[in-house]
Design a protein. Structure first.
Length: 331
């Protein structure tokens, strides 16, 4: 019988998608090259989302989608962690984006990001279009789907959207969400600090995070546009991870990636504590144990397993015995 924590502590439907903690967006060709080179250097501690929505020039949408597909299929995509954002479902370019990407790169796409979702029904229609393209082009897999919650309609139905079995992750679209309030939310709410202070924005973030956790999906936090101010980014990323329960965050500049990964990683003390508790638990065959005069059982083991997984996923050093026991096949 397996003694691995994933098998002992969790049911079949209780395991989150194993996504890197940073989702880096690149919309122009030069940035795409740089992002893939950086991913090759750092490893799969961040995803790359190639942007067909905001990245494509007006009138050049078809050519841009073909370029994105070529990057996904490129040997430079060493880790298979490159996805793409398509146009919104009600945009004329949506179907063409989907058809091009699925036909030319469906075998290697890590996911497709669907922006500006208005409702569960619209999301379902978009997913049906993606799956129909897969059938049409003989794809032997279903491409994971991510969605952006940035409209009033999507926020109203966020729990149902998070529950959809084809959804892997939901992201909060800060800029469009603020704009959708027609000036009622001040521009300060789009800043690194202000986005954590306005009640309507904070409410949206919390509802998205709670819905994702309730349905075993990954909540992904929005951007910090002040990309040169890494001190502000560090504070924002830490708040997203430590206070709001987000497991992933967007990057819009290569300089932001390392800061986000570090902010979402557990501290060395947290990793050491998780290591001690889980190694003792495994030795006890997952029966209750005592550590520093505190009782632990499978409920706390599950928490500490998530800490260790996050440490492995963010490239933190782990003792060799921990890697051999728990991560021999990767995080």
């Amino acid at each position: 019988m397996s003694q691995h924590p994933r098998d002992i502590l969790f049911g079949a439907g209780d395991v989150l998608p194993a996504l890197p903690v940073c989702d880096h967006y690149a919309g122009v060709e030069a940035r795409m090259h740089k992002s893939l080179a950086l991913q090759a250097e750092l490893g799969p501690v961040f995803d790359i989302t190639l942007d067909c929505e905001d990245g494509a020039p007006v009138g050049g949408e078809a050519e841009h989608a073909q370029m994105v597909a070529s990057f996904v299929m490129s040997p430079a995509n060493r880790h298979g962690r490159v996805g793409a954002r398509v146009h919104a479902p009600d945009d004329a370019a949506f179907d063409a984006d989907v058809d091009t990407l699925v036909k030319q790169a469906g075998a290697r796409l890590a996911y497709l990001m669907v922006p500006k979702v208005e409702s569960l029904a619209q999301l379902q229609a978009a997913i049906s279009s993606i799956d129909a393209a897969g059938v049409r082009h003989g794809l032997e897999r279903q491409i994971p789907v991510h969605a952006l919650v940035e409209t009033h309609g999507a926020l109203r139905e966020v729990d149902a959207i998070a529950a959809h079995p084809r959804i892997e992750s939901l992201s909060f679209g800060l800029m469009d969400f603020v704009s959708a309030h027609r000036g009622a939310i001040g521009h300060q709410a789009m800043s690194a600090t202000g986005q954590f202070e306005h009640p309507l924005v904070l409410r949206a973030k919390l509802e998205i995070s709670a819905a994702c956790h309730g349905h075993g999906k990954v909540p992904s936090h929005c951007v910090v546009t002040e990309f040169r101010k890494l001190d502000l980014l560090q504070v924002a990323a830490s708040k997203a991870a430590r206070q709001l329960g987000y497991l992933r965050m967007w990057s819009i500049h290569p300089d932001q990636i390392r800061t986000i990964v570090d902010a979402f990683a557990p501290t060395a003390a947290e990793t050491d504590l998780a290591t001690e508790i889980l190694m003792a638990a495994q030795a006890a065959r997952w029966a209750p144990t005592s550590h520093r005069d505190t009782l632990h059982d499978r409920a706390s083991y599950r928490y500490y397993w998530h800490v260790l997984e996050r440490a492995a996923r963010t490239g933190q050093p782990l003792p060799i015995e921990v890697r051999q026991a728990f991560f021999a096949e990767g995080p």
